[in-house]
Design a protein around this ligand. Structure first.
Ligand code: SF4
Length: 364
């Protein structure tokens, strides 16, 4: 545990907090893109130790939360088709679509299976050659390479019954959309560590230059976040706007070239529908022509009903950083982790779930 303990040392944290307080003068709003960062910030009470003029804003980096109801409805409709097995990561099961969830579909007879990796889904396809197995591709650049690997594997093995419903998303277009809208004034970005392990730092470098906003890539331990905030404060106070890496043990500037190559081999950018943000060009991934036989949208006739949103749920505003869960009239009353109304309460990385879990301990 020595390695982990070094990133949780209270002595080092005290020094970083003092340094942030000493150097920070300018009122600033810092957005953490990633739901994993949101959880670290809440779990360790980081909001409470910052000077009051430094405001933390949670962003759209929870993959389950940004999946649009229309796409969840598609997955549920597919699960009701005869002969189809849906394979999905566990977080997706409870997420409500327009009228129900995959868990409810499962309870009423659909074959929906939770998997821990894409290779589990490949195994299910191998063991059920008389059925079609559809893997739900949810996630950002972090999960896309393993999904791409499953497709190349299925092709190599000539697995005729494995399909992908690609709902994968790319992170930088969402941040650009938030910055372009001007709805939420931001002075610095805590950029996602795991995503950047794959992409490298250059997508955030371009955003820093184009929008003149400081960008620092952070890891997921409390000291990572504090160091990241200190680096953002330094940039803000000196008028700089560049990308820096506060997570050197995980991120190289060039990213993971093998993973990027795998993604580029299998996928190409495509428009994607983001909850709360809308349709963004080139912000999703679709299978390239040579892999289209694995595309569930092309292989199956998926009934499409108009999607509806849960009345009163403001997940979209929360994902854009324009509201907090406390602005939602349903928070902690009609909407709790046991009975979630929207995805931001379902996911362990959702902002509403973090607010709920640590309510009473944060400064809003
Ligand atoms: Fe939606 Fe529940 Fe969050 Fe309100 S508290 S925004 S209903 S998920």
């Amino acid at each position: 545990m020595k390695f982990i303990d070094e990133f949780r040392s209270s002595e080092l944290a005290t020094g970083l907090i003092a340094s942030i307080k000493r150097r920070s003068r300018t009122p600033s709003r810092l957005m953490e893109f990633c739901g994993g960062h949101t959880v670290t910030i809440f779990r360790n009470g980081i909001r409470q130790v910052l000077p009051p003029h430094l405001e933390m804003v949670s962003g759209p980096g929870c993959p389950v939360c940004v999946t649009a109801n229309a796409d969840i409805d598609k997955a549920i409709a597919l699960s009701r088709s005869p002969g189809i097995i849906i394979a999905t990561f566990g977080d997706m099961l409870k997420v409500p679509g327009s009228n129900s969830s995959l868990q409810e579909a499962q309870a009423s007879g659909s074959d929906v299976r939770m998997v821990y990796s894409t290779m589990d889904a490949i195994d299910i396809a191998r063991e059920n050659s008389d059925k079609s197995v559809v893997f739900l591709g949810i996630g950002f650049e972090t999960t896309a390479p393993t999904i791409a690997a499953s497709i190349t594997w299925a092709k190599k093995e000539n697995l005729h019954n494995y399909y992908l419903l690609s709902l994968n998303k790319l992170s930088p277009p969402a941040i650009r959309a938030i910055l372009d809208s001007g709805e939420s004034i931001l002075n610095g970005l805590i950029c996602p560590g795991h995503v950047s392990t794959i992409t490298g730092s250059h997508p955030w470098g371009e955003i820093a230059r184009e929008y003149h906003i400081p960008c620092v890539i952070s890891g997921f331990e409390p000291l990572d976040i504090l160091q990241c905030i200190q680096m953002l404060v330094d940039q803000i106070e000196t008028g700089a706007a560049r990308v820096e890496i506060a997570y050197r043990r995980g991120v190289r500037p060039e990213g993971n070239l093998a993973a990027l190559k795998l993604m580029e081999t299998v996928f190409e950018p495509a428009p994607a529908n983001w909850r709360g943000i809308g349709n963004l060009p080139a912000s999703g991934l679709k299978l390239k022509k040579e892999y289209q036989r694995f595309d569930a949208e092309l292989a199956f006739d998926i009934p499409a009903e108009p999607a509806t949103e849960a009345s009163g749920c403001i997940c979209g505003e929360i994902l854009r950083g324009t509201s907090t869960p406390e602005d939602c009239p349903l928070f902690a009353t009609n909407c709790t982790p046991e009975h979630p109304v929207g995805p931001c309460m379902v996911s362990s990385e959702g902002t509403c779930s973090a607010y709920y879990l640590y309510r009473g301990s944060y400064a809003g």
